[in-house]
Every structure is written in C-alpha cells, then in structure tokens.
Design a protein. Structure first.
Length: 155
C-alpha cells in the first residue's frame, strides 16, 4: 500500500471510531481537548473552508455533527437561519461551532468573531447556547471559549 494512502486509511479508521463513540451518545463533551482532536481529524486536511455544527443535548451529549456550509479556499458563507432550523429539528440545547482555515493559520479573523456573535444571538432566541467556536489550522486549534470570547465554557 502506498504510504500516503495508508496514512489516509488510518485517518479514516480513526474518524470512524470517534464518530461511532460520539454517536452512541455516551460521550459527554465536557473536555475541550477531546472536541479539538475530533474536529482536527475532521477539518485539518480540508482544501476548502467548511463550517460544522455539533448539536448537543442538555447533558452535552452529541446528537449530531454536520458540515452545514462549504466555501472556497479563503472563506465560507454561514447562514444563521439554517443553523437555527437544524437546532430546532434536533431539539438541541447547545452547539459547538467549528470551521477550518485551509491556509493553516488558526487565528480567528474579525469576520469569524462577527459570525459567532450573529449565530449566538440567533440561537439565543430559541434558548440554544453556543458553548464554543473552534477554528482549526494546521496542527493547531483556537477556542473562542478558552479566549473568553463567549459567555459559556465547556466546563
């Protein structure tokens, strides 16, 4: 087996294992490191910006994790209405937002902060909390909650 395809095979198996654990709803997402590892596996190697939402119940157990929006090399359009619609459909109590920066730099932009504020405001109208927004780069992840940019933290 070619080394690159072998490496991709291992990554695919790891993602599958994590998804099965998360979908069993026995994993409670209170550890920011576990969330970051899962999101890095999902997003770090993407060639375009993608925006994911993790929908959680009131015990912070995963209900669903979806890639809602796919963009270009440098941006992704996020529509808060679609996030609200899915949150209602899943009867969600809280969400974790995540997206990648294909450039490799995980530092959030002002646009990232603005979209987080907009989504947080929209979800607050239906009593859904945004626990975190994690931006994934190459080998790094930045948490809005850990930087104090959100009112809530995972813990």
């Amino acid at each position: 087996m070619h080394y690159e395809s072998y490496e991709q095979h291992i990554i695919t198996q790891a993602i599958g294992l994590l998804e099965r654990q998360l979908q069993a709803r026995t994993v409670v997402l209170t550890q920011p490191d576990a969330v970051r590892r899962y999101l890095r596996l999902q997003l770090e190697r993407q060639e375009r910006e993608v925006f994911m939402v993790m929908y959680l119940d009131n015990q912070h157990r995963l209900i669903a994790c979806e890639t809602l929006f796919t963009g270009t090399l440098a941006s992704v359009n996020v529509y808060p209405r679609e996030i609200v619609k899915q949150a209602l459909a899943y009867n969600t109590a809280a969400v974790i937002l995540a997206h990648n920066h294909p450039s490799g730099m995980a530092e959030p932009s002002q646009a990232d902060r603005t979209v987080t504020e907009t989504v947080t405001a929209a979800l607050s109208l239906i009593d859904v909390r945004v626990l975190d927004h994690i931006v994934i780069g190459h080998g790094e992840a930045v948490s809005f909650a850990e930087r104090g940019w959100l009112n809530m933290t995972l813990l």
